[in-house]
Design a protein around this ligand. Structure first.
Ligand SMILES: [Ca+2]
Ligand SMILES: [Ca+2]
Length: 418
């Protein structure tokens, strides 16, 4: 099959526009004012009679004056219970992970326990995984991080308990740098856009540009200014509001110059020129807010194919289409067009305030539709050629009864076969 080419950078794969990982927010670093946490038994949740939680200076990451919450002299299973105010304007539902640092003074082989609100995030896990080992981990900081199921809670504060099981040590641990991670936007699944049909002939229409070859949204598309000046506005591939797998050209401009429209390079199938086609067709979708009553311009290279004008040739500004629905636009190509096999097709609404989509630019194959066409399409051929009244070539002298057109050289006559 002969292919028609649109000169444009075609992305090979549809890439998902994955959102960035959510941001971490420091919720408690124990450097400012804060309430003293409760010391609780992690088994029972009850306040502990024995033990102390106090603000201490514990150097961290080269900061000698760093403060952390220090737990000493407790009974078994001590946990720090802290009510955390979430960042201003945020609620629990905005977060899906919590992390913090723990300093081990002299605990040996102890398992971490973490509870956030009603959710136990860490319990009965081995110290190798979540906790501290022997002497080699005395006087060291460790970082722990837990995801939690995003819940719909509108709460602006939440209770966190961090503790250790079976702690006997007089000098247990210190807690610092409690952070919450904001939900990252869910990565968008990659869209499988439809394959391009550019160059294909369907129902007598040659697909010139369906924009599918770009295989992604936000690909910049060429524009053209009718006065040869700098173009105003932008045209990019976008997803069809009516069909996410369909890519379209999205033109947008504010304070535009009325003279900037789309441009696409077209190479017709071998041996064809523009006069082999009778119409330019494309689909138009006006977004809500696209300025109404503007002029449509369609041209091939420097040859104007269409401009909205009245019978006297004066410019007219008409409603091009209803908002928010696809409408097919169609513009005739004159038979005597001089445009060749390769040209730049320029089309669009001349507007100062545009927000519209174009898709499926195609050319309708010209067919001889009657005697007039047959005659006008005369050639130097010497042999008689017959056509039916629809302009379809019959070949040899027809045998079926009917009226035909016989063309010989540049002369055509109606003949009747009885
Ligand atoms: Ca600190
Ligand atoms: Ca398309």
């Amino acid at each position: 099959m002969k292919r028609l080419y649109i000169l444009a950078a075609a992305a090979m794969t549809a890439v998902s526009m994955a959102a960035a990982e959510g941001e971490w927010h420091m919720v408690e670093d124990f450097e400012g004012n804060h309430e003293l946490p409760e010391l609780v038994d992690i088994e029972t949740g009850n306040q502990m009679a024995k033990g102390t939680a106090y603000l201490d200076v514990v150097p961290h990451n080269g900061v000698n004056e760093n403060h952390a919450m220090h737990v000493t002299d407790s009974d078994l299973n001590p946990g720090l219970k802290i009510t955390l105010a979430l960042p201003e304007g945020k609620k629990l539902a905005d977060f899906d992970a919590v992390d913090f640092d723990v300093y081990n003074y002299e605990m040996n082989y102890k398992d971490l326990y973490v509870k956030l609100g009603d959710d136990v995030l860490c319990a009965d896990k081995s110290w190798q995984e979540y906790g501290f080992g022997g002497q080699e981990e005395h006087n060291t900081w460790k970082h722990f991080s837990f995801e939690f199921a995003a819940n719909g809670s509108d709460a602006t504060s939440v209770v966190l308990i961090v503790g250790f099981k079976y702690v006997h040590a007089a000098n247990a641990f210190a807690l610092d740098n409690i952070r919450f991670k904001e939900l990252g936007e869910a990565p968008a699944p990659p869209v499988e856009y439809y394959p391009t049909r550019n160059g294909e002939m369907v129902s007598g229409e040659l697909m010139v540009n369906d924009f599918q070859q770009h295989a992604d949204v936000n690909i910049q598309l060429p524009l053209w200014n009718q006065n040869g000046e700098e173009t105003k506005g932008s045209s990019k591939t976008a997803s069809d509001p009516a069909d996410a797998k369909n890519l379209v050209a999205h033109f947008q401009v504010e304070n535009g110059d009325y003279n900037t429209i789309h441009e696409m390079e077209v190479t017709l199938p071998e041996g064809k020129t523009l006069k082999n086609y009778s119409e330019v067709k494309f689909n138009l979708y006006r977004h809500s807010g696209d300025a109404d009553y503007k002029q449509m311009r369609v041209q091939a290279d420097d040859e104007l194919l269409h401009l909205d004008v009245d019978d006297s040739g004066n410019d007219t500004w008409i409603n091009q289409a209803p908002e928010q629905q696809w409408v097919e636009k169609s513009y005739a190509i004159k038979k005597d067009t001089k445009v060749g096999n390769n040209f730049k097709l320029r089309l669009g609404i001349k507007t100062d305030n545009g927000n519209y989509l174009v898709d499926d630019v195609r050319l309708v194959r010209r067919v001889a539709t009657g005697i007039e066409d047959v005659v006008a399409d005369g050639s130097d051929a010497e042999a008689a050629v017959y056509y039916d009244l629809r302009g379809v070539r019959i070949g040899a002298c027809p045998s079926a009864p009917g009226i035909y057109v016989r063309r010989q050289g540049n002369t055509a006559v109606k003949v009747m076969v009885k």
